[in-house]
Design a protein around this ligand. Structure first.
Ligand code: SF4
Length: 351
């Protein structure tokens, strides 16, 4: 997948493309089977919550924008009655698909999917059991997700986890959680600070920018030595720790949902929806957004949705930067191999 993304970016750079997508964020529905405290998607009125994108609409969005990776979120994708058809069609089109799920319905739906190097099941787990169950407002959700991860791994699926960080989460506890995920045998960890959705029911949950940096400095202080397998550019993790500074590039992870291509970014809507990705690029006034713009919605945002593409493109900004990234990947690969070989049998597994 990394090689495919690398080739794709190089191709766009050689063609001197100014703005291009890396990951298509696809929300084929907003409906969900949970009501998480920090969610800003499930508050739409019932007529919108009932909407479902058709498989053809999903495939057309993927073909139209051309991103090599598609991340299917929502809402809960497994609630969509044709999610297996959507996923299969995207894989047939050569896309790498992240199927994001809270895993409540995962175990009983595994038979609908085939393990593939192009399919990653991305399970929502915000931390250890008490933390996760509190944030998703559902006792038992953690245990359900862990059981589904075990079942999926046993069937040969690639499984990663995605965690959103909110106010009150303890960095030390999160570090233990990363060790536990390694013991569970997951294939990668994704992590990002929560975005302050105006519609979320618990507004006090969200971290401000300096709090975010302080939290990640504690949580990630020696992640390279630990060998935790983050599915992020190391530059983005540096950014979260305040070691690098970026402006956002929200067109890199555009959102197509049941209403169209959301302007300006995945995280909030302002200015309506475009009919095509090109229209999104052409009609969004990009200077109005990002931290430098002073837009209040952007002040505390450090989300991967805006800044991971910035960090990836930074690596392609000069040969020196690119070499820096290559060295990072080589060193991380070596650390992970060494740690896997020496995996301590006494490591504490997830309950
Ligand atoms: S900083 Fe960028 S990604 Fe974040 S909310 Fe603003 S426009 Fe969206």
């Amino acid at each position: 997948m990394q090689l495919a993304v690398f080739r794709y970016i190089l191709g766009r750079k050689l063609r001197k493309a100014d703005k291009f997508p890396l990951v298509l964020m696809l929300e084929p529905l907003f409906a969900c089977n949970l009501e998480c405290a920090g969610c800003g998607k499930i508050q739409y009125p019932p007529d919108i919550l009932k909407k479902r994108m058709t498989p053809q609409e999903c495939w057309q969005a993927a073909e139209e924008c051309g991103a090599p990776v598609v991340s299917i979120a929502g809402g809960e994708p497994l609630v969509h009655p044709q999610i297996d058809v959507i996923v299969q069609g995207l894989i047939e089109r050569g896309k790498y698909v992240f199927l994001c799920t809270n895993a409540i319905l995962l175990e009983k739906n595994l038979h609908s999917f085939e393990p593939s190097s192009h399919l990653i099941l991305s399970v929502h787990l915000d931390g250890s059991e008490p933390v996760h169950d509190r944030i998703v407002c559902r006792p038992g959700a953690f245990q359900t997700a862990v059981a589904a991860i075990r079942a999926a791994k046993a069937r040969g699926f690639r499984v990663m986890t995605n965690s959103t960080i909110f106010q009150g989460q303890d960095p030390a506890t999160f570090r233990n959680f990363c060790d536990e995920l390694a013991a569970l045998g997951t294939d990668g960890i994704m992590i990002a600070p929560g975005f302050a959705y105006g519609k979320a029911k618990q507004q006090e949950l969200f971290l401000q920018r300096e709090q975010t940096k302080a939290w990640f400095r504690q949580a990630l202080k020696d992640w390279r030595i630990k060998g935790w397998d983050f599915n992020h550019s190391p530059f983005y993790l540096d950014f979260l720790e305040g070691k690098r500074d970026y402006e956002c590039t929200p067109w890199g992870l555009p959102l197509r949902n049941v209403l169209g291509w959301q302007k300006p970014c995945y995280l909030f809507e302002e200015g309506g929806y475009a009919k095509t990705y090109q229209e999104l690029l052409d009609t969004t006034v990009w200077d109005r957004y990002g931290r430098a713009s002073g837009h209040p919605a952007c002040a505390d945002c450090m989300s991967h949705v805006g800044f991971e593409p910035s960090s990836v493109l930074d690596a392609f900004s000069s040969p020196r930067r690119f070499l820096e990234l290559v060295r990072e990947f080589v060193a991380l690969g070596t650390t992970r191999k060494t740690r896997a070989a020496a995996a301590a049998p006494g490591r504490r597994p997830l309950p």
